[in-house]
Design a protein around this ligand. Structure first.
Ligand code: NI
Length: 183
């Protein structure tokens, strides 16, 4: 059986997510199911479209050991993981950027160097439906931007330069073919 996580070539990944009217028990259950799938796949983030849904929802669990500065201090001390994020909006971003290799559960075995703002401000609804504003740095800032891209139908393949597209040509082609067979 195919994995329940949607991969490149599945049209749902190109959809724009719809904001939720309120955070209901059904949506909390959906988030919990996403956490389960994310942990089984050893990911740190998962967007609803990656399980074939179009709610504006992603889940994140950035490990504490990856959320540290060079001195070993937490980069985002006020933030508690894991997080379910509904109706996210990035309302601010630093001018300063950095480059990191990113993977994605919808692009197995592919890594892409992506330039992004180092810090972002995120407004969202938490799992209790409370509005929150969060200043994020480091891997958390990056994961938020990656998952937020998913909800806008923007994928890792869109971040590839020509060399990366050539390098991953076969893998991308295989994913698209698999999705055609499954359809
Ligand atoms: Ni992804």
């Amino acid at each position: 059986m195919a994995t329940p996580i949607t991969t490149y070539g599945n049209p749902v990944l190109r959809e724009k997510a719809k904001p939720v009217a309120e955070v209901t028990d059904e949506l909390r259950t959906l988030a919990d199911r996403m956490f389960g799938l994310m942990y089984s796949a050893e990911g740190i983030g998962l967007a609803a479209e990656q399980i074939g849904r179009t709610e504006a929802l992603f889940v994140l669990d950035v490990p504490a050991r990856a959320d540290q500065d060079k001195q070993g201090q937490p980069l985002n001390p006020g933030v508690t993981m894991p997080m379910a994020v509904f109706n996210p909006e990035i309302i601010g971003a630093s001018k300063e950027t950095d480059v990191m290799e990113e993977g994605c559960l919808s692009f197995p075995e592919i890594l892409v160097s992506v330039t992004r703002p180092k810090e972002v401000v995120l407004r969202y609804l938490d799992r209790n439906g409370e509005e929150q504003t969060l200043n994020a740095k480091g891997l958390l800032a990056r994961a938020i931007q990656h998952e937020n891209d998913h909800l806008n139908g923007v994928l890792l393949v869109d971040k590839m330069n020509v060399g990366e597209k050539m390098l991953n040509f076969r893998k991308l082609g295989r994913l698209v073919r698999q999705n055609k067979q499954d359809a």
